[in-house]
Design a protein around this ligand. Sequence first.
Ligand SMILES: C[S@@+](CC[C@H](N)C(=O)[O-])C[C@H]1O[C@@H](n2cnc3c(N)ncnc32)[C@H](O)[C@@H]1O
Length: 283
Amino acid sequence: MGCASVRKCPPEPRRYSQAIGVPGNRPPSRTRLQRGDLRAAWIEHAAEWIAWARVPGHDSYPTFHRDLFLPLVPAPGRRTLDVGCGEGRLSHDLTQLGHTVIGIDRSPMMVEAARTAYPEIAFEEADAAALSFPDASFDCVVAFMSLQDTEDLDAVIRECGRVLSEGGRLCFAIVHPLNSAGWFEEPTADAAFVIEGSYLNESFYEDSLARDGLTMTFVSKHRPLSSYADALAQAGFLIERIGEPSVPDDAAEGRTRRWQRVPLFWHCRAVKLSIATSPRSSD
Ligand SMILES: C[S@@+](CC[C@H](N)C(=O)[O-])C[C@H]1O[C@@H](n2cnc3c(N)ncnc32)[C@H](O)[C@@H]1O
């Protein structure tokens, strides 16, 4: 992935305050990058992530995000694929709800950690852009906070569509594209939200935060909503539901109150149609 498809970046990395997830001891910072190697970043930061995800209070998932996402997921069917499963927490939660889950991730350390923690679940090291599963072999695919961390979004969504049977659902959560395009000028609840450069162009960014002795670095790609909508349409999906979760009242305090005005995440459920459509076709 080069800078050709990337929006015009500022000449030097720029840091600014940005709160993502639950409140922290130190304000998180964001650097807009000239380019990004998302695969290498997630391999490099896998150990940090495993610790971060597993210590209560270090990530929004157990605090509120899981409970906003799970209602999107259909009732258990034949088989559910967890794309970018990380250390396995969502695969585990879906298994507890009755899903038969296979989790895949391209970071070997994530897969190892998932297998160790949840030996009853099948986890495989794989790139979601080139899955080895047969066509129509799942009736549900989930991708929780992994699509903004992948380079080839079109290929990943196409593969999700290929392995889903007709009528199957793809449910995903990403950093909301408004969130990844901008930042708040101040930590106050009524702070102005600013987009520098372009919302419409793609760009790479790094979010870095530290809390109670743990650090975490997220390297991700900003894309406008239309990139996701186009990829879904090209892969034969129809968007069924969307959500724009912010910080709920019971988790909001201090600097996170501003995230009650701007969405943190984008949730989407799409149904696989029988025929792939083109967003450029007239119908
Ligand atoms: C923020 S973590 C989320 C992990 C997990 N879904 C969770 O919420 O706990 C993103 C994960 O997506 C994985 N990932 C990104 N692109 C991928 C791809 N193309 N194929 C497989 N895994 C991918 C990364 O390795 C990383 O483990």
